[in-house]
Design a protein around this ligand. Structure first.
Ligand code: SF4
Length: 447
């Protein structure tokens, strides 16, 4: 069969600089799971156009919440052309009935063990509406089919995304990882991860794991196995990971150069509510200093709009970031993604403003904040970004980066600074939409 695998773009994706883009592995994994004998083409629509007017037997579309509207558009377009369309990914997994209105079948959960069955059922004309997959054992996962997607993703050839684990033992209210991938963590065999790295021989590895250090014994073994490969790598972790001195040192010895850390908030009350840093905010200072002295770039992921935060959160956060010379940040607006406990709670409290998923991309205010109006939250958020990314702030934080990754520091700060002007424009469009009519946003691409 001729199979097209698509990761759709979102409204915001065209504006995302390569410095801020996080690559996905869904398509390479799906391609690797496809039995031999099929003709497979992968398209990351964010960086690559769809092939013009080709006929497909099967189209597999993987979607998150922010791009699911585009996924539905593509699904109806390919179904009209006669293809069997299968939807999967996080959003279809948490909203399967909604997704089923747009597709021939929906895969709920992960693709391992299910995708070959879906293709077999299509060939034998017995396709089911839903395929449920309860957290498969990853021991027999094939190596992702890499060469083509690395080119399609627009990634530099020396950078290789990889995922060694799935799931997270924590249960943050705003996160769907524990609901979709399960509590606890499953992992690939370490020799499997090593084989993938050796086969591709990248200079820099990007671990996409939601929490690389969550399963400590596995993480220690992984870092020991990485050490002789002499590669540099970056990944995502919590502050607890950095504060575990033995684990952190093992990570540094294995080539760790940058960490994306879920700081979320530096407000003591909000922090206590999230149970993110039981030891208090002072531990964040300690973690950042430890990263800096080890030559590891600390990238802070922040959330604005938590119930415990007041408008003063922006001043407090700015003071924290400047005091610690934090190199770079992902400033997110709290987003009640469907499938999360947060979405359920805000729905019960009548605080969800709309369910137009296109705007659920952590840069819009889709709910009623407790201590601010949506407009005030947006206004103060933009002001915060402008001040954190001002020339004087960039210059003030620069000396602390000389021993870390000064070029990455400049690249990420300039990219986020550029994106801030566009974000202000997007807020204006969003609030116009919110207050007038709420028509579904359209995409320019052919439908
Ligand atoms: S936000 Fe991070 S730590 Fe919390 S549940 Fe999600 S992956 Fe785990």
């Amino acid at each position: 069969m001729r199979i097209l695998l698509v990761s759709p773009r979102s409204l915001a994706s065209e504006e995302t600089s390569k410095w801020l883009r996080i690559p996905q592995l869904s398509l390479p994994i799906l391609a690797a799971l496809t039995p031999a004998g099929h003709d497979v083409v992968m398209v990351e629509e964010e960086v690559d156009p769809l092939p013009a007017a080709e006929a497909w037997d099967v189209v597999g579309v993987t979607a998150m919440t922010a791009n699911v509207h585009r996924a539905y558009q593509l699904a109806s377009r390919f179904r009209r052309q006669g293809a069997r369309v299968i939807l999967g990914g996080i959003h279809p997994s948490v909203m399967p009935e909604e997704a089923a209105e747009h597709a021939d079948a929906v895969v709920i959960g992960e693709a391992e063990g299910i995708w070959p069955q879906v293709l077999d059922d299509i060939q034998h004309n017995r396709l089911q509406r839903f395929y449920r997959n309860a957290q498969p054992d990853l021991a027999n996962s094939p190596l992702p089919a890499r060469v083509k997607p690395r080119r399609l993703l627009g990634l530099p050839p020396y950078l290789m995304p990889i995922m060694a684990t799935r799931g997270c033992p924590y249960q943050c209210e705003f996160c769907s990882v524990h609901r979709v991938y399960g509590l606890g963590q499953r992992h690939l065999p370490i020799d499997h991860v090593v084989a993938d790295i050796v086969r591709n021989d990248p200079r820099l590895i990007m671990f996409l794991d939601d929490n690389i250090g969550a399963l400590r014994p596995y993480a220690m073994q992984l870092f020991e196995a990485l050490r002789p490969l002499r590669k540099k790598w970056c990944g995502q972790a919590t502050v607890r990971f950095i504060l575990d001195e033995e684990l952190f040192r093992a990570a540094v010895r294995s080539g760790l150069r940058a960490l994306f850390v879920g700081v979320e908030t530096v407000e003591p009350d909000a922090c206590a509510a999230l149970r993110k840093s039981p030891g208090g905010i002072a531990l964040y200072d300690q973690a950042i200093a430890r990263c800096r002295s080890a030559g590891v770039m600390f990238h802070a992921s922040l959330i604005f709009g938590l119930d415990e935060q007041t408008p003063r959160v922006f001043e407090h956060t700015l003071e924290f970031l400047l005091r610690n010379s934090v190199p770079s940040i992902s400033p997110n607006i709290l987003t009640p993604y469907p499938g999360t406990p947060l979405f359920e709670r805000l729905t019960r409290e009548g605080r969800i403003l709309h369910t137009n998923w296109t705007y659920y991309d952590h840069t819009n205010v889709c709910y009623q904040p407790r201590n601010m109006s949506p407009e005030e939250l947006a206004e103060k958020y933009i002001d915060f970004r402008r001040r954190f990314l001002s020339w004087s702030s960039i210059a003030q934080r620069l000396p602390a980066q000389w021993n870390v990754l000064p070029w990455a520091y400049l690249g990420m700060n300039l990219a986020l600074r550029q994106a801030t002007g566009r974000q202000e424009q997007r807020f204006q469009e969003y609030f116009t939409w919110l207050h007038n009519g709420r028509a579904t946003p359209t995409f320019d691409a052919p439908t």
